[in-house]
Design a protein around this ligand. Structure first.
Ligand code: FNR
Length: 382
């Protein structure tokens, strides 16, 4: 992995400058949609502060390279411990969009979690994923008919792992989008707001409009409130279980009791995530939620992690606190905005190189050796 820099990179290798570089290259609307968080971005900040409290304690003379970065999830071996977090509407960032990023992920052997709010279709992303595993993220619609249609279509396109996002049935209060007049104000809380098309005026092609008269109301044109609707109950997860033969993970878990509920509901895994600080305002830093959750359900189900991961060292920290794998969100999307799919690839390769370099320096031979003994929690930030 080392030696990945052949010439001056298109995308900065400095994690601290990546967001700024993206800001300088992207339109304000696109950048604000990507970088923004809920409220005063307190949860975005908390996600970073949570990482800064944990420090790696390097060990010396612990053996030679190569490092083993592989992990096993649902009985399958993956070459690296990272995954692509589902991010919607990637056409807003660059025309390479989802198929471009899925192709890069396939090349690097990193599972690509496809957002249901994608510009590219499931079939297109399925094709771009070639031999890579296909993970599909569902925003669970209120209509069972629509849900079944979507799941069937994802299955037919070769997707085998289902991620169900639970933290966005109500859209967060995101000032950077609201001030741009960009995102629809939340339907349930603002019933008088006119339904708006999704960002960029894109109508989600991935969701076939249900035929009239099926009880879902008028679905043509697509209406935002078909997704952002009252959440179903834990009990309704049975319905998804019935319609999805492969592993199901619940994304957006921050409380150990919810993790236990997921286990009881027969789910195969969870993603400890706060949507990158875009949903709950004043929410707990996602990494701060991880240890308690791992204590509650670790070893009994797959626990993945996201929100706030910016460096290879962050990946090592999340793994050491018990995550079985780590999803990368905004960093590769900044890369996409800066330099298209090659930019996304540069960021992902950089993070992988950092994981390997830092494992090497810290004397960690394999991901299996990432555990609490690698870390100390210190009571200061920075
Ligand atoms: C997201 N996220 C997200 N999650 C999801 O389940 N479905 C989606 O369609 C989206 N869309 C989306 C768009 C944008 C622009 C962002 C930044 C995020 C959340 C995403 O999967 C992940 O949880 C966060 O990105 C993790 O936080 P960081 O690492 O990006 O801070």
């Amino acid at each position: 992995m080392n030696g990945f820099l052949g010439s001056k990179p298109v995308v900065t290798t400095d994690p601290a400058k990546l967001e700024q570089q993206a800001k300088s290259k992207m339109t304000p609307k696109a950048f604000n949609f990507l970088a923004g968080g809920s409220g005063e971005r307190a949860t975005v900040d908390a996600n970073r502060l949570a990482f800064q409290q944990w420090k790696i304690v390097p060990r010396m003379l612990r053996g030679s390279e190569p490092r083993d970065l592989s992990i096993t999830l649902f009985g399958k071996k993956y070459p690296t411990p990272i995954m692509i977090a589902p991010i919607g509407f990637q056409n807003i960032f660059h025309k390479d969009a989802e198929t471009g990023v899925a192709g890069v992920a396939s090349e690097l052997g990193i599972p690509y979690v496809m957002s249901m709010n994608s510009y590219s279709t499931v079939e297109e992303v399925g094709t771009a994923s070639k031999n890579n595993d296909r993970w599909f993220q569902l925003y669970w619609p209120p209509s069972d008919y629509m849900t079944i249609q979507i799941l069937e279509r994802a299955k037919a396109a070769g997707f085998n792992v289902l991620v169900v996002t639970l933290d966005a049935f109500t859209l967060g209060w995101r000032p950077w989008d609201l001030d741009e007049g960009y995102m629809p104000a939340n339907m349930p809380r603002f019933p008088n707001t006119t339904p708006t098309k999704v960002p960029n005026g894109t109508v989600v092609r991935d969701v076939p409009p249900p035929p009239a008269g099926n009880g879902t109301g008028d679905a043509s044109p697509f209406k935002w409130d078909q997704y952002f609707s009252p959440p179903p109950s834990w009990d309704r997860l049975k319905f998804l279980r019935q319609h999805w033969p492969g592993p199901i993970l619940l994304k957006g878990i921050q409380h150990p009791d919810d993790a236990e509920q997921a286990l009881t509901a027969g789910m195969n895994g969870i993603i400890v995530s706060n949507h990158g600080g875009r949903q709950a305002d004043g929410g707990i830093g996602s990494l701060d939620a991880l240890p308690e959750i791992v204590e509650a359900v670790g070893g009994k189900m797959t626990v993945l992690f996201d929100s706030g991961v910016r460096t290879g060292a962050d990946v090592i920290k999340a793994l050491s606190l018990g995550a079985n794998g780590v999803l990368i969100g905004r960093p590769w999307a900044y890369g996409l905005g800066i330099g298209g799919k090659e930019g996304a690839k540069a960021v992902l390769r950089g993070i992988l190189a950092q994981v390997e370099i830092n494992m090497s320096i810290a004397g960690i031979k394999s991901v299996k050796e990432c555990n609490r003994s690698v870390l100390r929690r210190l009571g200061y930030y920075g």
